[in-house]
Design a protein around this ligand. Sequence first.
Ligand code: SAH
Length: 232
Amino acid sequence: MSLLAAAEPGSPRERMVREHLAARGIQDARVLDAMLRVPREAFVPAFLTQNAYDDRPLYIGYEQTISQPYIVALMTEALQLKGQERVLEVGTGSGYQTAILALLCAEVYTIERIRKLSIRAQTTLRKLGITNVQFRVGDGALGWPEAAPFDAILVTAGASELPRALAEQLAEGGRLVIPIGPLGSQTLHRFTRKQGQLLDEKLTRVAFVPLISETEAGQPSESPVEPSSDEP
Ligand code: SAH
């Protein structure tokens, strides 16, 4: 049996897709199908396996989280993928969103700043037989100039503003989906490049871990990380 077979009716994954995604307005049949196929339990730590299909973010180590399934579906739908696209993802994390994208486009380029997360994601995707993904460890706010332009760009960490390099690496007609705003008050934006201009649509309020980037430096108010005083 294929590792990426669609979930059986009544299974936790199928219920997640029906109850948390379709029932809440996700309509793109290809997105729903990809989310029926990718086993989210393969991307979470063993102690969270039984929570894998809860509609919430889950801890994946290194102070990072795997995004809530509904948000993964919403962001993916917003990219309007048809199958032939080359897609840049910033924030590989667990690789769950990467796997969903890989099923929906031709090639995914994904960047993660934490090496151990990238390596773990590479292993997980390889085990699932997903091969159309290129991985890079580094600052995703700089994009991937050698592979640009991209038909779609997805940022899965919250930025204080739209990184210029990403806007520059978006193809004509391309879509760039990114959470922007201070921690605790981010808005998901979709930018579309039309005749050289960027059309800006606000989609919904979201809560992401911060995009940590050299190009975001000098804005301490954007990173409210307080010294921890509650060490055991
Ligand atoms: N899409 C992921 C969610 C990851 S959370 C998933 O499905 O699991 C956001 C990720 O962005 C974290 O892993 C974090 O380390 C990474 N990140 C933050 N700033 C980054 C940057 N400048 N470049 C690349 N990755 C970054």
